[in-house]
Every structure is written in structure tokens, then in C-alpha cells.
Design a protein around this ligand. Structure first.
Ligand SMILES: *Cc1c(COP(=O)(O)O)cnc(C)c1O
Length: 432
């Protein structure tokens, strides 16, 4: 039996993988300890594949949480910025100001601020506006968003007291009114009522719920967690009327017009921006949130803020086609069909593929029951794992005996990469 190679020598022999030496040392140690020296190059490659890298989203789920939700291009020079400097006075300014003002204009709100995500926005809003006090929420809206994020748990962490109102399927304004009349356990007045959008589920059948407009008649401020981040139900940033699949989706502007004191939403769902949470509405309430100590812990970085600024400016210019999510969501069927046919034309004869009708979905825990008509490339055989293993991984779906690549979630810029990848299937084995 030959002695195992030294860790250092084995690590050096793996340098083609492009990984820095300390990572290759870990791979080499593992390979030697588990008696897999021969497989060390494959282990190094597997390690490299754990790094964050671009992939092609061919799933048809436009906002795929596993694939980073909204697709977004953002470049920034390695330069200092005026993140917290007021250029007019030369004194310290607020990092919230520049983008907060833009978002306030976009939402038609008095003020707005930004935190790391919508969960953080819920936490901060409750901690700042309802510490130790009651917050009324319908039992039909005590949601779990995903990844174990449950509204009642966040509420508990914030120090606010959850006052459940109504039943799972039916909640009326009178239920809220009664809760407000009774107050908290000790009889303290409630601080807020919350309206939480049922982003990822629907309650159907014998149901009743209270609109923001009705809630706004109550003598407490209404905080509306709309989650999905649709800015304006009229979608003035796209040509033509709002798409049918948006029907019933709450929007920031309209929620405020209907009387919500604050609206909170994600930056990387229908807003199409970077991961962020936006709090917009009444100036006094936004200021109370921004003065709370948690605001410092939950504040976004400069990169996030400039990406958010970029997207918000596109909304204000009504240039939805410059926002990748809206470009993808509104691409016409004719265009998708033409892209599909061009891809098929570019494939060698050995690859059996056709353009088929498909249903894309917004995703990201939004609009659970709607789909957006789409077109897809269907390739005979199961190639999901092969496509995912390419240097530029393609994430596709398996549907019976075919592999489906939905064109709506694929940027047109990647069509040639798709032709390339599918052409390689002719030489790779067709079944796995
Ligand atoms: C998605 C969602 C959240 C959580 O948003 P993140 O930005 O992922 O933290 C909170 N509330 C609602 C209603 C949502 O849809």
C-alpha cells in the first residue's frame, strides 16, 4: 500500500480548480481522511460549486427564492459615496434620506425608510410603535411566510402583544372594534391594527375579511404588510393596462390612499429590486421607526441603497422595461414564441426539442394561485441534472418525459447560452 500524499502536495495538485489554497487544503484533508484521494479533483470541483455564481433561471418562477428572487443588474464604482454626508451643508446626513425621499414620492407617502427585508420592517415597526402594547390582527392573517418566518413569532420578538381578532375564515370590522374597546389584557388601549396580505395562500369558501379602507375608520393607526411590493395598482411603468394576473394584489399607493398609516413591503418581490424592506407612510410614524435603536441594527448597506435607488428612479421615469422583473413579466407571447423558435433553429438535429405552451408564475411567495401564460422549450429526456451541472448552471423542470425550460424567466441575453447548453446535450448522455 502506498502512503497517502501530503495534504500540501495534494492541495497544490488541485490548483486548476481556481480555489484559494486554504480551501484546497480543506478539500485535500477531507479526501485523505475519507480515503478518496483519487476523487480529490471532483471534490474540489464540488467545493467550487458551493460559491455564489450566476445561474440561468429556466423554472418559469420569476421570483425564485432559491435563485435570489428578483434578477437585478447593478454596478458600482469602487468609490466613496455621499451615503451619510449632506453635500449642501457638509455635515453628517442620514443614509435613509436619498432613497427614502424617492420611495416616498413613488408611493405618494409623506416619508419612507429602508431596512434589510420585509421581516425586519415588521419587527421594527412593531418594536417602535407598539412596545408592550396590543396590536390587533385577524386570525385569518396570522401567516407563516416561509423559511419559518411567522408573524406571531416576530410580533413576540418585537415586544408588542398580539391581540387576535375574528376567526380563521371570517373577521369583521366589529371584531376589531370590540378588541379596541376592550384594550389589552390590562385594559391599555391598543397601539395599532395590522393588515397582513395573504401572500402565499388563499382562504376560500365561507369567508369574510376587513379591507384597509374599513380598518381605516378605526381609532388606531393601520399598518399594512403588503409583502409583495407592488408600487401602484395602475402600473404606469408599463405600456397598456395592468396585467390580469395582478388582479387583487394590494399595492403600496392604494393601501395608503385607502387609509393605511404605514405600508411595508419587500424590495425583491414585485418591486424587482434588491433584498430590502420598505416602510412608507405617515411622517411621524416613519420617524419613530427610524429613531428606534433597532433601526441601526437593521439598516441596509450602501450597495443595497444604491441598487434600490436605481430601481426606484426607473419607476419614477415610468420605465418598467429597465426593471428586469417587469420586462420578464410583460414580454409578449409572440416574442417568447419567436425566441423559442430561434433557439430550436440553432440546435443540432440530434436534440429533439419543441416550443410548447407553459405557465410561468410570479413566485417569491406572491400571488399563489395565478400564472402568466408563457412559452417553453421542451427537450425529450431528463436533463435536469446535466443542465444544472454545467459551468453556467441552468435550472430547469422535469415534466413527465421532457425537460422544460420556460423562456419567461430566462433573459433574452441568455438565449445563446441556452442554444449552447442544449447543443451539448447531444453529446452528453441523454438519460441519467
Ligand atoms: C414576503 C413577505 C414578508 C417577508 O418579506 P422578506 O422581504 O422576505 O423578509 C413579510 N410579509 C409578507 C406579507 C410577505 O409576503
Amino acid at each position: 500500500m502506498s502512503r497517502p500524499p501530503s495534504v500540501d502536495r495534494l492541495a497544490r495538485s488541485l490548483s486548476d480548480s481556481g480555489l484559494p489554497h486554504p480551501l484546497l487544503v480543506e478539500v485535500a484533508r477531507d479526501a485523505i481522511a475519507t480515503d478518496r484521494v483519487d476523487e480529490a479533483p471532483a471534490l474540489a470541483r464540488r467545493r467550487a460549486r458551493r460559491l455564489l455564481a450566476p445561474v440561468i433561471n429556466a423554472t418559469g418562477v420569476l421570483l425564485h427564492t432559491n435563485l435570489g428572487r428578483a434578477q437585478l443588474a447593478h454596478e458600482q464604482a469602487a468609490s466613496a459615496t455621499n451615503l451619510e454626508l449632506d453635500l449642501e451643508t457638509g455635515t453628517r446626513g442620514s443614509r435613509q434620506r436619498a432613497v427614502g425621499e424617492l420611495l416616498a414620492t413613488a408611493c405618494d407617502a409623506e416619508a419612507a425608510m429602508i431596512v434589510n427585508n420585509c421581516a425586519a420592517a415588521v419587527l421594527l415597526t412593531l418594536a417602535a410603535l407598539a412596545p408592550g402594547r396590543g396590536v390587533a390582527v385577524s386570525r385569518g392573517e396570522l401567516v407563516e411566510i416561509g423559511g419559518g418566518f411567522r408573524i406571531p413569532d416576530v410580533m413576540e420578538q418585537s415586544g408588542a402583544r398580539l391581540v387576535e381578532v375574528g376567526t380563521t375564515n371570517r373577521t369583521r370590522l366589529a371584531d376589531f372594534q370590540r378588541a379596541i374597546d376592550q384594550g389589552n389584557d390590562g385594559g391599555d388601549p391598543l397601539a395599532l391594527a395590522m393588515h397582513i396580505h395573504r401572500s402565499n395562500y388563499e382562504i376560500v369558501g365561507f369567508t369574510e375579511s376587513v379591507s384597509i379602507k374599513a380598518l381605516a375608520t378605526l381609532p388606531v393607526p393601520i399598518v399594512a404588510d403588503i409583502g409583495s411590493g407592488l408600487l401602484d395598482a395602475a402600473c404606469p411603468w408599463i405600456d397598456g393596462p395592468p396585467p390580469a394576473w395582478l388582479e387583487g394584489e394590494p399595492a403600496a399607493r392604494q393601501s395608503l390612499t385607502d387609509g393605511a398609516a404605514l405600508v411595508i413591503f419587500s424590495g425583491d418581490k414585485l418591486f424587482g429590486g434588491p433584498q430590502a424592506g420598505i416602510i412608507a407612510g405617515d411622517r411621524d410614524l416613519v420617524e419613530r421607526c427610524s429613531r428606534h435603536p433597532l433601526a441601526r441594527a437593521l439598516r441596509p448597506g450602501g450597495l443595497t441603497l444604491s441598487a434600490l435607488q436605481h430601481i426606484t428612479l426607473r419607476y419614477l421615469e415610468r420605465d418598467g422595461m429597465a426593471i428586469p422583473f417587469w420586462r420578464a413579466a410583460t414580454t409578449s407571447i409572440d416574442e417568447l414564441q419567436a425566441r423559442g423558435e430561434r433557439i430550436i433553429d440553432g440546435l443540432p438535429n440530434e436534440v429533439t426539442a419543441t416550443v410548447i405552451e407553459s405557465d410561468a408564475v410570479p413566485g417569491g411567495g406572491t400571488l399563489p394561485t395565478v400564472s402568466i401564460p408563457s412559452r417553453a422549450i421542451a427537450v425529450a429526456g431528463n436533463h435536469v441534472n446535466t443542465l444544472r451541472a454545467f459551468d453556467r448552471p441552468i435550472i430547469a423542470r422535469q415534466l413527465d418525459a421532457v425537460t422544460v425550460l420556460d423562456l419567461r424567466s430566462i433573459s433574452a441575453d441568455d438565449d445563446d447560452a441556452i442554444i449552447d447548453a442544449l447543443s451539448r446535450l447531444a453529446t452528453a448522455s441523454s438519460t441519467e
